[in-house]
Ligand binder design. Structure first.
Ligand SMILES: Cc1cc2nc3c(=O)[nH]c(=O)nc-3n(C[C@H](O)[C@H](O)[C@H](O)COP(=O)(O)OP(=O)(O)OC[C@H]3O[C@@H](n4cnc5c(N)ncnc54)[C@H](O)[C@@H]3O)c2cc1C
Length: 416
């Protein structure tokens, strides 16, 4: 196949385009390839279903949950009932057995209505469920995947007070018992999303501190285990309905069967799963950008100044066109990264790029939407101020923007 392609490429420059297309008619290289934004029938059904669900079940309660700083349990239950918490979990475990792209679509559509619920769905699907699917023993999978798919939310517990970006400098230890049958965890985690709702924690702790990061081990731990305390919720700028708490571990004893994969491989699992997770965060940021944009466009027609709709001013139209272009770029980048991952291609650079750029675009779009609304955009009467608050963390969690730049730069340096 490659040689046929090469012979076409080496045709004389004078050959006409007509001749070229005739030559190429029966070429396998002229086969139609789907655009990145052409979704399969199943993916389109997921998008339609989640959009409807979010409008009907979530949208009416978003403001109330933001004000109260808590999620409604009935909405959390509805996420499970609709199969949105076990998107890639196999049907045999009660999951929806869909692809990664579908999970990102779900995160995007939920974020367009409430980014707090989007981060819950994102962490569950792209981090916890997948870590268990990839590295969990049969025993761990049989115990937890059916619950994760049907009624148990989860948290990903990596960060600590002294170790954020430098995550592997963690101080939490998991010391093995003399016979290796159990581990005792001591230490504390910080910034743990969904920890008030979670029934299971994926915890990273060092089982051999003398080995440095090579001692880091991942544990799947029942939230009810004695010795675990979930602290009070942080009072945050945005994502207020999402609980973000400190966790402390005081002589927490967990059976050796709670180890995810191999002892000492936790650092590798964390890196790998966060690489994928970044595509999910890009989905969240894309949803935020679209949510703010869609909430603003009708107003540009309705609102009149100088006797005309403000959307008719060229100064406004150019801004709208610029941001619509950037949103499209984020969509293409995000779903292309998802497709690369699904196809088993290297995707780390593209995941960092879409995470970085999506957070910048979401912030720019939400900010401009407030401006386009004028004074009323600065009030709680209009939802865009919430999108503006909610998007900021997109440049902080799952690797800050500086770290995405560092990752991209490192890969480029290796390419050259
Ligand atoms: C709302 C929210 C939810 C979160 N949820 C979770 C969760 O569920 N689980 C979890 O484990 N963690 C969670 N986090 C933690 C989050 O991942 C960390 O905040 C993030 O990794 C940054 O760590 P840090 O806050 O310690 O900042 P630091 O690491 O102290 O960084 C501070 C600044 O220094 C910069 N910096 C640091 N190192 C470098 C470097 N080498 N080069 C250039 N710049 C650098 C950073 O980019 C940043 O701008 C959450 C955080 C928030 C705010």
């Amino acid at each position: 196949m490659l040689s046929r392609f090469a012979s076409r490429l080496s045709r004389p420059a004078s050959a006409s385009l007509k001749g070229f297309s005739a030559l190429a008619e029966d070429s396998p290289f002229m086969e139609l390839r789907p655009a990145v934004t052409m979704y399969s029938e199943e993916e389109t059904a997921v998008r339609d279903m989640v959009k409807t669900w979010a409008q009907q079940e979530l949208a009416p309660h978003v403001r109330e949950m933001d004000r109260e700083g808590a999620m409604r349990p009935d909405i959390l239950k509805s996420l499970f009932d609709n199969g949105l918490m076990g998107m890639e979990i196999p049907e045999k475990y009660g999951g929806s057995e869909m692809n990664f792209t579908s999970a990102v679509i779900a995160v995007e559509e939920i974020a367009a209505v409430d980014p707090s619920f989007a981060i819950l769905v994102d962490i569950q699907n792209t981090l916890t469920n997948n870590a268990l699917r990839f590295w969990g023993s049969e025993e761990l999978q049989e115990k937890w995947l059916p619950r994760l798919a049907t009624d148990t939310a989860s948290s990903f517990c990596l960060s600590e007070a002294g170790s954020g970006t430098d995550a592997f400098a963690m101080k939490t230890t998991a010391i093995p018992s003399p016979d290796g049958s159990y581990y005792t965890l001591n230490g504390s985690k910080l910034w743990i999303s969904n920890s008030k709702e979670a029934g299971v924690f994926l915890v990273f702790a060092n089982a051999a501190p003398e080995k440095g990061y090579k001692g880091i081990t991942a544990f799947v731990i029942d939230a009810e285990t004695e010795g675990i305390t979930v602290g009070k919720k942080e009072r945050k700028l945005g994502l207020k309905a999402s609980s973000t708490c400190a966790l402390s571990f005081e002589d927490v004893k967990v059976d050796a069967s709670c180890v995810l994969g191999e002892v000492g491989m936790g650092y590798k699992y964390a890196i790998e799963i966060l690489n994928e997770g970044r595509i999910g965060i890009a989905g969240q940021q894309l949803g935020i950008a679209k949510g703010a944009f869609n909430a603003t466009m009708p107003y540009l027609r309705e609102r009149k100044q100088f006797g005309t709709s403000i959307g008719d001013f060229q100064g406004m139209q150019h801004q709208v066109a610029q941001l619509a272009t950037e949103i499209h770029a984020v969509e293409v980048m995000t779903y292309n990264a998802a497709r690369m991952k699904e196809n088993g291609l290297p995707f780390v650079k593209e995941a960092s790029m879409c995470k970085l750029y999506s957070s910048q675009v979401a912030e720019r779009v939400a900010s401009k939407c407030i401006e386009w609304y004028g004074g009323v955009g600065f009030t709680e009467d209009i939802i865009v101020e919430k999108f503006y608050r909610d998007c900021k963390v997109g440049s902080i969690y799952e690797g800050t923007s500086n770290i995405q730049l560092q990752t991209i730069a490192k890969i480029i340096a290796n390419e050259w």
